[in-house]
Design a binder for this molecule. Sequence first.
Ligand code: BTN
Length: 273
Amino acid sequence: MKIERESFAALVQKLCLDIRQLEKVCFFEKTDSTNRQAALLAKSGEPEGTLVIADCQTEGRGRLQRRWESPEAKGLYFTLILRPNLSPQQAPLLTLLAGLALLRVLRVLGFENTLLKWPNDIWVNHKKLAGILCELVIQQGGHSSKIDYVLLGIGINVSQSQEDFPEDLQDIATSLFELSGQHYSRIDLLKKILEEIFIQIENFIQKGSSFMIEEWKRLSGFIGKKIIFEDAGKSYEATTLDLDHQGHLQVKLESGIIKSLIAEEVSLKSLSD
Ligand code: BTN
């Protein structure tokens, strides 16, 4: 196991040779959260394309202040610093972009049942396999504001057995190993995911956001589903209708009212088949 970890650290350092968009790699055997470390680095001016990755996180976190279990050498835990030329309102699109990239890689690896759950989850067979935490810092200008940097944090359960997950997650979390019985090389997986993220970024720049959103809707399996969501402490049942150009989710409530959901404000509680 030690040898595997050392070689992972060494291989990670060489990623810049293979992926031209990667500027720098910061590897931690153990850290609190790669998003937190990436925030410090981005603040001190580290460039777009800086990758922060850890073998283990002690305070891995997800959206809505949830924790992300990050046991040593069992998963991929990384954060990519981006400095996109986007308005803060467009930032949610990056979560969708990363989800699309993950989905495409997993489908090619044979995980055909993988689905995207708006805005940031990868699910298979009703269990969560991976999540995305996209955080941003905004630069205030005179009349307008723009993104200073984005921290695109991704966590993927790779080698966990069911009993490796804490009891409260055992029924709702899964890993590539649990799904396939195979141990996937984390470095190969990481390389494929980073390559696909940069392909999707290039597509986004060349073809615009509507192309990416259409792809997300086509592949996600999320549109036309019945959901239960929570907004300001209240629960609602709805059907998912569409994603708008900013990545907000249009839903139809049981009353017939159409509502636009903003990722930061709602929590999805359940999703139909
Ligand atoms: C979610 O499911 O809400 C998002 C989970 C994101 C977890 C990753 S692991 C790497 C990065 N560092 C963190 O602390 N969180 C993200």
